[in-house]
Design a protein around this ligand. Structure first.
Ligand SMILES: Nc1nc2c(ncn2[C@@H]2O[C@H](COP(=O)(O)OP(=O)(O)OP(=O)(O)O)[C@@H](O)[C@H]2O)c(=O)[nH]1
Ligand SMILES: [Mg+2]
Length: 322
């Protein structure tokens, strides 16, 4: 595939097209992911999540600059940015304009969180792998932490940073969204605003109660993303966490569990696809539901019959084609 070759050679245009291809799960996308997998595993993936408006994007652009200054290459994925039109591109412009980095060292892209068969976490993972294979060694994923589904995305990251700010949703809300559990590092941004210290104390108290069994205690970093204050400290903590994970047995186990979950997700996706194809090929509305005999059976019996027919058809056919 030409765009794949060009993307891996550094063509930004082809990389953009390749990501759309993968994001849209176009026919053959899994083959591409299979072929690039050996090129992946080099990037450090950082997840940034938190309630709307706490300053995630501002922080992401600060982090990107710090990494670019260290000669890293940075890929940024903004999942469902609040402004679908300007979200991702604005972020990129902000970083490129204010600093004169080679534009090939930074790639910014927004992803929509609309449903795909594999789910948004898998779609994000897939795109992150494309960036990894294309040679971006720092990948930052920004996602709004409002509900369980969005927070889930953070599991794609090696290090999950939860950004909070005094006055932006109380701690109970953060707890409900599951933000407290996923955090490897807490950032209390907008530290220029009042009540920051009080807020940090509250988080510390919650952590004391909940993290006794964990081998890694999430540090809390205060930042002012607007000026960059505290951001170097944040990068330091991200590095520390990354190193810690490489050696810690229980975190390595967690990573293996995540890998198992991904495999399950991919198997489920494949089965869903096969069932879609089966329905299209074998059943019309008429056969399933549009006659009295069928309708009288009710959905439970019909579903069972369809499933039996599906398994039979699978036995007849060759092993699932990849
Ligand atoms: N006072 C203050 N304002 C900040 C700081 N960081 C960001 N902001 C402002 O907060 C607002 C929201 O910033 P964003 O970076 O867009 O926040 P976000 O979390 O990405 O927002 P969503 O993507 O919409 O959830 C902007 O007006 C920023 O300028 C900070 O450290 N202090
Ligand atoms: Mg944002």
């Amino acid at each position: 595939m030409k765009i794949l070759e060009e993307a891996l050679k550094g063509s930004i245009r082809s990389l953009g097209k390749l990501i759309s291809f993968i994001e849209n799960e176009s026919p053959g996308f899994l083959d591409i992911l299979k072929s690039i997998y050996p090129l992946t595993g080099k990037a450090k993936i950082i997840g940034i999540t938190g309630p709307p408006g706490v300053g995630k994007s501002t922080l992401v652009s600060r982090l990107a600059k710090i990494y670019l200054e260290k000669n890293d290459t940075v890929g940024i994925l903004a999942v469902d940015p609040s402004s679908p039109i300007s979200g991702g591109s604005l972020l990129g412009d902000r970083i490129r304009m204010s600093h004169l980095f080679p534009s090939s060292n930074i790639f910014v892209r927004s992803l929509s969180s609309r449903g795909t068969l594999g789910g948004i976490s898998q779609a994000t993972m897939n795109v992150a792998r494309v960036l990894d294979a294309a040679g971006y060694n720092i990948i930052i994923i920004e996602t709004v932490g409002v509900g369980q589904a969005e927070v889930e995305i953070i599991h794609v990251a090696d290090t999950a940073v939860v950004v909070l700010a005094a006055g932006f949703g109380d701690e109970i809300q953060a707890l409900k969204a599951g933000l407290m559990e996923v955090a490897d590092i807490f950032v209390v941004n907008k530290a220029d605003l009042p009540d920051t210290s009080k807020y940090v104390n509250t988080i510390e108290k919650i952590l004391l109660k909940s993290s006794s069994k964990k081998s890694w205690t999430p540090p809390i970093v205060k930042t002012i993303a607007l000026t960059g204050q505290g951001c170097d400290e944040l990068v330091k903590k991200i590095d520390e966490h990354y190193e810690f994970c490489k050696e810690n047995e229980s975190l390595i186990n967690e990573k293996r569990k995540r890998q198992l979950r991904e495999i399950k997700r991919l198997v489920e996706q494949k089965i869903k696809e096969e069932i879609e194809v089966f329905f299209e090929r074998e059943y019309s509305l008429e056969e399933i539901i549009n006659n009295d005999q069928q309708r009288n059976k009710g959905p439970y019996v019909i579903a069972e019959e369809v499933l039996n027919a599906f398994w039979k058809s699978q036995q007849r056919s060759k092993p699932l084609k990849s």
